[in-house]
Design a protein around this ligand. Structure first.
Ligand code: HEM
Length: 495
């Protein structure tokens, strides 16, 4: 019978694999990659982790490189061909990773974001029609909450950081859309204890260590969280479940009595209940979507408005587009879809500041990536079972050989084919803000509609928008990535 070694040799030979580039370690005796970890903690504290990972590649003239950390083989790549193989061509051979499944399902339960194989397929099929039917219907939900958001902004140019408000806004919209009952976090006048407890518990479970121990443990608080499950975590998990179950029970009861308050309104939970009556499953799916859909859209809004406030000429052109397409009216879904310049701005923001800047997959079996082997990296590369491959969209999105010599500059017109001198930009797998392949973000359309809606309403309400931030963009990393400096602006309702 063939040994693992001989099987691997045969596999490498059959595919013509060559060795890949390795990250040089300062001290060969530090076999667990301690120097790499130290460098990472420092970079995390300086809010330069994304740059540091990018430098692992560029400093070594590599697009795929390997390293050994705590006895684990990790590959890092910004090669679109490899990313395509992992996410699409060889989808079945890659797992989202045992760590992610264990950690996130501990408080959300099993749903689309935390399962794989047949269970994931089932979730995806069940949720797809809910998302398709939702597309046009939620403008009214967005409008209500966005109005409340606008009312909280000073109209006389006083400096305000919009970032925390964006997080409240996207939470209110997401819960209204999913549950049919909003957290109304933007309603600062009345406190709903149950809602406050739910928000606190949900945020705590995402970052139980980051709050208190970030300063002490830095990047490692993430790892520590996975090692210690504490009582507080369990209580928070129960709070989340109880809050959601109550809403589900109310919805089931109102269905039975046919006494629904707003029979014509689209409620995701309602759609979901028409697919399954398994209450725990419904709860887990809702919470999975809430996690995936809430902070991501807030981070995008924060980055887009931060950039617009610093780029008067881009904003002036965008105002013209709003005036031509929409005027002062509340935009419709179709009008938003037709706003090509706004879409280009959002594309460009997600290119330079991707909300999920780095992601990874774990090899389920010994497998092959098409590139990264040999000195010029053009040969296939062998990946052993259980190795992690991190794909770094942040540096892929900034590759000058793909996006041009101005890849570091914010220039939305690169997305408008007719305005490019060198022909159309077709980045394909080199541009991945919403991931790709069968697990591509299912809420992409919802997120884009929401972000566009809020930006348009902001510009319509405030003819003057000024930046109140002189710093360069720096990252704030948690499950998602957003700007460290927030989104400090001064807005005026009259010129
Ligand atoms: C700008 C906003 C958003 C960004 C940048 C974003 C990005 C992503 C990315 C990169 C993934 C892939 C994660 C992975 O497989 O490792 C993903 C998955 C997902 N997203 Fe989004 N997302 C956004 C908004 C939303 C919204 C608004 C919703 C729902 C309302 C949503 C629901 C989901 C779900 C359910 C998945 C899991 C899909 C699956 O595994 O089949 N996302 N998203």
């Amino acid at each position: 019978e063939a040994t693992t070694g001989s099987r691997r040799r045969a596999l490498k030979k059959r595919h013509g694999c060559l060795p890949n580039k390795e990250l040089p370690t300062k001290n060969r005796f530090l076999v667990f990659g301690i120097d790499f970890i130290r460098r990472n903690i420092r970079a995390y504290k300086d809010h330069k982790l994304l740059e540091a990972w990018g430098a692992c590649l560029t400093d070594n003239n590599a697009h795929t490189i390997s390293m050994h950390v705590l006895g684990q083989s990790i590959f890092l790549t910004d090669d679109p061909e490899n990313v395509k193989t992992i996410l699409a061509t060889d989808f079945e051979k890659w797992s989202i990773g045992r760590e992610r499944i264990k950690h996130i399902s501990a408080y959300l339960g099993k749903g689309i974001f935390t399962t794989e194989g047949a269970a994931w397929k089932h979730s995806r099929e069940m949720l797809r029609p809910c998302f398709e039917r939702s597309q046009v219907a939620d403008i009214s939900i967005m409008d209500n909450h966005t109005n409340r958001f606008m009312n909280l902004i000073p109209k006389d140019g006083t400096t305000i950081d919009l970032q925390p408000l964006f997080h409240q806004l996207t939470l209110d919209i997401a819960t209204d859309f999913l549950f049919g009952k909003s957290t109304n976090a933007l309603d600062h006048s009345k406190g709903d204890i149950e809602v406050e407890e739910f928000i606190k518990a949900f945020e705590y479970c995402q970052n139980p260590f980051l709050g208190e121990d970030e300063a002490r443990f830095g990047w490692f608080s993430e790892v520590l969280r996975q090692w210690f499950s504490n009582r507080k975590f369990k209580i928070a998990t129960k709070t989340i479940a109880d809050f959601t179950d109550k809403i589900i029970d109310e919805e089931i009861a109102s269905k039975v009595s046919k006494d629904r308050a707003q029979p014509d309104r689209y409620v995701f939970l309602n759609e979901l209940l028409s697919q399954t009556s398994d209450r725990i499953h419904v709860r887990s799916e809702l919470l999975n979507i809430l996690l995936a859909g809430r902070d991501t859209t807030a981070a995008l809004l924060s980055n887009v408005v931060w950039e617009l406030s610093r780029q008067p000429s881009i904003t002036t052109r965008l105002r013209q587009e709003v005036a031509e397409h929409i005027g002062d009216e509340v935009p419709t879904y179709q009008q938003l879809k037709d706003m090509r310049y706004l879409k280009a701005i959002i594309n460009e923001s997600q290119r330079l500041y991707p909300i999920v800047p780095s992601n990874s997959r774990e090899a389920i079996e010994d497998t092959i990536l098409p590139r990264g082997g040999g000195p010029d990296e053009s040969s296939p590369l062998f990946i052993p079972k259980r190795a992690y491959v991190a794909y770094h969209s942040y540096s892929m999105h900034r590759r000058p050989d793909i996006f041009g010599s101005d890849a570091d500059i914010f220039n939305p017109t690169r997305w408008l084919d007719e305005e490019r001198e060198d022909g159309a930009l077709r980045p394909g797998w080199a541009y991945l803000p919403f991931n790709g392949g069968p697990r591509i973000c299912i809420g992409q359309q919802f997120a884009l509609t929401e972000a566009m809606f809020v930006v348009v309403r902001l510009l319509q309400t405030f003819p003057v928008m000024e930046s109140r931030d002189d710093e360069v963009w720096r990252e704030k990393m948690s499950l998602t990535c957003t700007g460290l400096g927030g989104c400090k602006v001064g807005l005026k309702s009259v010129n």
